[in-house]
Design a protein. Structure first.
Length: 150
């Protein structure tokens, strides 16, 4: 009887740990993450895409599936890819994916999804809280590569 109680308790604890495991959305990553550029090989697992590097596998958050399809990007297992994005641990909210010399954009320099449109949303869904001290994508030595930005 004690053995059954122990097994049931163990199963419940393990089940609860999966429920409370940290799972990030693109919005979470943009608010709390830091800018990164990483190169590796694409790998699909079910409906998820990963970038495999020497440092491990990174879960790629491309965002809206309809927008992903509309970009024309052809994600293929084993294909080399460079990702510019915002990262927390092994999760990356993709801003730009570059494959075969072509760049596909998914977020602007503030991390706002390009599929979000240009409506009159004042708080932009929480995306205005990006740390302004971070280097912009494509910057060198901390200088902006975008015209009109400092």
């Amino acid at each position: 009887m004690l053995k059954k109680i122990l097994i049931v308790t163990l199963v419940m604890v393990l089940g609860a740990s999966f429920l409370f495991a940290e799972s990030f959305t693109g919005r979470d990553i943009v608010k709390e993450g830091s800018d990164t550029t990483i190169n590796g090989t694409l790998k699909s697992e079910g409906i998820e895409w990963y970038l495999t590097t020497e440092d491990g596998s990174f879960l790629l958050h491309f965002g809206n599936k309809s927008y992903l399809t509309s970009t024309g990007i052809m994600l293929e297992d084993g294909k080399n890819c460079t990702i510019d994005g915002i990262a927390i641990g092994k999760d990356i909210a993709v801003a730009t994916a570059t494959m075969d010399g072509k760049a596909y954009s998914f977020r602007d320099e503030n991390g706002v999804p390009l599929w979000a449109g240009n409506g009159n949303r004042r708080d932009r869904g929480g995306y205005t809280k990006r740390n302004n001290n971070r280097k912009e994508f494509g910057s060198r030595n901390g200088e902006s590569s975008r015209k009109g930005r400092s």
